[in-house]
Design a protein around this ligand. Structure first.
Ligand code: PMP
Length: 460
């Protein structure tokens, strides 16, 4: 059956999917009784499923990726032009789109200099870890090889990334893990253990990192890897003072600061990068999702020249970064990323993310006034979360099944929202909103209206 005929036979598509596709993060037992959902088309913020139902997508392709929205013909054209002319060249050779996007990206990242291409967020983070390890061997005689990561942060799906993973539910059953990754405590003011708030809480959270550094020995630690705003761990925006202190710690103890911008990068928070909201200067930045908004697979590991120069030494045959990514040689990725960045600039999507983020936050706060089940609303730009609790005083997280029922109710209303990770005890309790950066007030009102109704129906 050719592709056209196949696509025109929805029943066949669903059965082929049910029979042969292994879906990401899915318990397939469910598909014995329900149909897998197939999305067939998207325009702007809206997508249509194979049954013809229209949805407003409040999570940018499910995993906060399609920053510029669906159906952009010029993205298709840019990719088509690039791959028709020169689809791929891998290994040590460069390409025109690769050079052009690197120049454009570095303009947005003062203080950073070099772009290393890969395909996924996990892969970009893995590159960063390998850089840190190689620097340790080459420049510190094997010391400074440990990498600190934070509770609740997530950096990807490979075994090394899970070793740096702060979400235990994702890690369970995948060990043993890679040694040399050390966990530091999270920074979620809403769940402050000692009752401190604001700058005081931030100072304590940073001090907790310093305690780990001192316990391990600063000379054993090469890098600290953090999300600027913890995404899947519950949309956690650190309070003022935290990032300044983290930066100070890295400088004081000669630790590279690696910021994972896989989610926050390319405008999600209302700045090009999340770290720029906090005035920090990282040594390594990784990014993926919004780089080409999902129109093509591309990720980048961006470094300073100080990091890059540590690999320049033609007297030592092992000293260059002996790493490769086959599909880092695809031109579709950088060609799409160039067009994606142009669209963000031309349409001032950073400004829209800030303005509409404020509107969305206002709507969610209004829902919080109405529903006692919302314990906290937090976020930045068009990246907002509403933490659900069974009880506001004890802050006991709302039962996961109820959270999922709210998400399902919204879905039935034609609004796709998210919730933080499944089945982690006490964890899957934050509703998540990360619509494309083109969202309007009207779109956002429709989204929060659906949430209002869903909460009323599920929780009363
Ligand atoms: N870092 C963060 C902060 C993420 O949220 C994710 C994916 N959700 C990743 C890394 C991994 O990206 P990928 O799935 O493209 O490997």
């Amino acid at each position: 059956m050719d592709t056209m005929n196949f696509a025109n036979d929805p029943g066949h598509v669903v059965e082929a999917d049910r029979a042969h596709v292994w879906h990401h993060i899915s318990q397939h037992k469910a598909y014995e009784t329900i149909d897998p959902r197939i999305i067939v088309e998207g325009r702007g913020l809206r997508v249509w499923d194979i049954k013809g139902k229209e949805h407003i997508d409040a999570v940018s392709g499910g995993v906060w990726t399609v920053n510029i929205g669906y159906g952009r013909e010029r993205m298709g054209k840019a990719i088509s032009d690039a791959v028709t002319k020169m689809c791929f060249f891998g290994g040590a050779l460069g390409t025109i789109p690769g050079a052009q996007f690197a120049e454009m990206l570095i303009e947005k990242m003062p203080g950073l200099d070099r772009v290393y291409y890969a395909n996924s967020g996990s892969e970009a983070n893995e590159k960063a870890f390998k850089m840190v390890r190689q620097i340790s061997h080459k420049h510190y005689g094997g010391k400074k090889s440990k990498i600190l990561y934070r509770e609740r942060d997530y950096h990807g799906t490979t075994i090394a990334n899970l070793s740096a993973g702060g979400q235990d539910e994702r890690n369970a059953q995948y060990g043993p893990f890679v040694p040399g990754f050390i966990r530091v405590p999270h920074c979620l003011e809403y769940r402050s253990q000692d009752g401190t708030l604001g700058e005081e809480y931030a100072a304590n959270a940073a001090k907790a990192i310093e305690d780990v550094i001192l316990a391990e020995g600063a000379d054993t630690i090469g890098a600290l890897c953090l999300e600027p705003i913890t995404a899947g761990g519950g949309i956690i925006v650190p309070p003022p003072g935290y990032w300044e202190r983290v930066q100070e710690l890295c400088r004081k103890y000669d630790i590279l600061l690696h910021i994972d911008e896989v989610v926050c990068g390319l405008g999600r928070t209302g700045a090009w990068f999340g770290y720029q909201q906090f005035g920090v200067q990282p040594d390594i930045v990784t990014m993926a999702k919004g780089v080409a908004s999902g129109y093509a697979a591309i990720s980048c590991c961006v470094t300073t020249n100080a990091v890059f120069d540590m690999f320049k030494d033609d007297t030592d045959k092992l000293s260059y970064f002996r790493d490769i990514s086959t599909f880092g040689g695809c031109t579709a990725g950088p060609a799409a990323a160039i067009e994606n960045m142009r669209i963000i600039e031309e349409e001032d999507l950073l400004g829209n993310s800030r303005a509409m983020g404020a509107h969305l936050s206002g709507n969610l706060h209004a829902l919080m006034d109405k529903h006692k089940w919302i314990g906290d609303v937090r976020g930045m730009g068009l990246f907002q979360g509403a933490e659900l609790v069974a009880d506001r005083d004890s802050k006991e997280p709302l039962d996961e099944k109820k959270v999922q029922a709210i998400v399902a109710d919204c879905m039935a209303q034609g609004i796709i929202i998210g919730a933080t990770n499944r089945s982690l005890p006490g964890f899957n309790n934050t509703l998540l909103f990360a619509p494309s950066l083109i969202a309007t007030q009207d779109d956002l009102n429709q989204i929060t209206e659906a949430v209002d109704q869903a909460i009323t129906r599920v929780l009363g």
